[in-house]
Write a protein that binds this ligand. Structure first.
Ligand code: GN1
Ligand code: MG
Length: 384
C-alpha cells in the first residue's frame, strides 16, 4: 500500500491561490503551476507544489503548515529543523560530495528566513521534494523493512553528535508513557464528551498494562540506557523509499527530533511496520506480527545502529514495540475521549478504530514476544 506524492487531484481555485501566495514568499524560481494536498500525516497540512522553471522544466516542492495546536512553539520547531538539516547535510556532503536532492532541505523565504506566515496565519515552510520515492503506510516486503530500519538507525548515527543544547523540546514528555497514561486517566475521569461507557474494554486493557509503562523510563533513570538525539516519530510512512529499487533514501518529518531514547524510535517503527493491517483497520483479525518483517527490521536497525547501542537497549528491542504500540493506543483513546482535538480524523470514531488496532497489536506482540526476543538474540549472535 504505497502513497504516491501526487496521488490526489488538483485543489479548488481558492486553495490554489492561497498556496500560490504562500509559495511566492519563498525564494523559488519559476512559475506556480499546481498543488495537491498530501494527507498521509495526522498532524501538519502538506501540499505538493509544482513550478515551471525558466527553462520549461518542472520542479516540485513541499509546502507545509505546522500544526500550532500540536506544536505550541512552531518557531522552536523551525530552529530545530534548521539545526538538524544543516548538520545532516554537512555530514553527507563531506562523504558524498553531492546531496543529489536526496536529503531534506529547507528553502529560504525571500527575506532569508526558513518560514513564512500564511494569508490565514500559521507558520509555513518549504522543503525540496525527494523525487522518485514513495512512502508506505503498510510495507510490502522484507527489503523495505530492512531499508526503513537501516534509515532510522543511520539517522540516529548522523545526529548523535548534534549538541542536545541546540535542540528545544518541541513537545515536552512526548514519549513519557506513564504521563501519557496519567493524562488518559484524567480525561477518562472527566469524560468531557460522555463517551467513556463505550470504551470500558479498551480502557481496562490499558490499565492492566500499567506496570510496563515505566520500564524504559526506569532504565533511563538508573543509568542503564542513555538519552540520545532521536527522531521520535519513526512511523513507517516517514521514510522515503525509492520506487524502483526499494532502497530507503531519506527520513522525513523532523519536527520531533530532540533528546530521547533509541528504543522509542525502534519501537515506533516496529509498531507501524510489522502488521499487514493499516493503522486504522477495523477488521482486527487482520492485525498480526509478520515475523520475517520483524526480523528484517531488527537486522536493518542493528546494521546501522548496533555499533553504538548498549546491551540494555538491544535486549529491549521487542519490548519497545509493545510499549510504543500501547503508548500510541493510549494517545488515540485519549483523543477520542476528548473529542478528536489532536489527530486529524476523516470519519467518526476514527481515533477509536486506531486505538483498537494498536491494542490488538499489543496483544499480538505479547503472544509473539518470546519469538521476537529470540529473533533479536539471533541477530545479535550473528553480528558477534
Ligand atoms: C503522528 O505526523 P505523523 O502522522 O507522522 C504523531 C505521532 C504518532 C502518529 C500515529 C507530532 O505522526 O507521534 O505516533 O501520528 N506525531 C505527533 O500515527 O504527535
Ligand atoms: Mg509527524
Amino acid at each position: 500500500m504505497a502513497t504516491s506524492l501526487s496521488s490526489k487531484p488538483s485543489e479548488t481555485h481558492a486553495v490554489r491561490e492561497s498556496i500560490r501566495l504562500i509559495g511566492d514568499q519563498f525564494a523559488i524560481q519559476g512559475r506556480f503551476m499546481d498543488c495537491a494536498e498530501n494527507d498521509s500525516g495526522h498532524i501538519n497540512t502538506t501540499y505538493l507544489v509544482t513550478y515551471e522553471n525558466p527553462d520549461g522544466s518542472h520542479q516540485r516542492y513541499i509546502l507545509q503548515r505546522i500544526n500550532a495546536n500540536v506544536f505550541k512553539t512552531p518557531l522552536a520547531v523551525m530552529r530545530n529543523v534548521e539545526s538538524v538539516t544543516r548538520h545532516i547535510n554537512r555530514k553527507v556532503l563531506r562523504v558524498k560530495k553531492d546531496l543529489g536532492g536526496q536529503t531534506l532541505n529547507l528553502y529560504p523565504s525571500r527575506d532569508g528566513s526558513s518560514w513564512v506566515t500564511g494569508p490565514n496565519g500559521g507558520i509555513w515552510r518549504c522543503y525540496n521534494c525527494i523525487e522518485g520515492c514513495r512512502t508506505y503506510d503498510v510495507i510490502e516486503n522484507c527489503q523495505q523493512a530492512y531499508q526503513a530500519a537501516h534509515a532510522f538507525g543511520s539517522f540516529q548515527d548522523l545526529v548523535c553528535d548534534l549538541p542536545a543544547k541546540e535542540l528545544e523540546e518541541t513537545i515536552p514528555d512526548f514519549h513519557h508513557t506513564p504521563k501519557r497514561l496519567q493524562r488518559l486517566l484524567e480525561v477518562a475521569a472527566a469524560d468531557p464528551m460522555g463517551l467513556f461507557d463505550s470504551v470500558r474494554e479498551e480502557f481496562s486493557f490499558i490499565r492492566d498494562r500499567e506496570p510496563i509503562t515505566r520500564v524504559l523510563i526506569d532504565l533511563m533513570e538508573n543509568g542503564s540506557i542513555p538519552m540520545r538525539i532521536t527522531h521520535n516519530d519513526t512511523k513507517i510512512n516517514n521514510v522515503m523509499i525509492d520506487a524502483d529499487t526499494d532502497v530507503a533514501v531519506c527520513v522525513i518529518d523532523l519536527d520531533t527530533v530532540m533528546p530521547g531514547l533509541s528504543l522509542y524510535d525502534f519501537g515506533d517503527l516496529v509498531r507501524s511496520a510489522v502488521s499487514p493491517a493499516a493503522e486504522d483497520e477495523t477488521d482486527l483479525s487482520q492485525v498480526n506480527v509478520r515475523m520475517p518483517i520483524y526480523q528484517s527490521l531488527v537486522e536493518g536497525y542493528l546494521d546501522a545502529a548496533g555499533a553504538f547501542l548498549n546491551n540494555h537497549e538491544i535486549e529491549h528491542l521487542a519490548f519497545s514495540a509493545k510499549l510504543i504500540a500501547l503508548e500510541v493506543g493510549i494517545r488515540f483513546l485519549t483523543d477520542y475521549l476528548e473529542g478528536d482535538v489532536y489527530f486529524k480524523i476523516s470519519r467518526h470514531g476514527h481515533n477509536l478504530d486506531r486505538c483498537r488496532t494498536q491494542l490488538a497489536l499489543v496483544k499480538c506482540i505479547e503472544d509473539n514476544e518470546k519469538e521476537m526476543i529470540a529473533c533479536a538474540q539471533a541477530a545479535i549472535a550473528k553480528r558477534q
